[in-house]
Design a protein around this ligand. Structure first.
Ligand SMILES: [Zn+2]
Length: 62
């Protein structure tokens, strides 16, 4: 856990907090973690797609 600066009031808050305790603004740094999770899902989707395409290439008659 590290400490970051709130974008709205400029005070220092913990980066794992969903909201700033000083001004109640939603934390920008919490959303960055959400986007990282979305990127992991995208990579998983791409891997599954590659396996399906590879399977089709091997299954189709040459
Ligand atoms: Zn704040």
């Amino acid at each position: 856990m590290s400490r970051v600066r709130c974008l709205y009031c400029g005070r220092t808050i913990a980066d794992d907090q969903a909201r700033c305790p000083h001004c109640d603004a939603p934390s920008h740094y919490q959303q960055r973690g959400f986007r990282f999770g979305a990127r992991q899902r995208f990579v998983m989707f791409f891997v599954v797609l590659a396996v399906v395409v590879l399977g089709l290439a091997l299954w189709l008659p040459r």
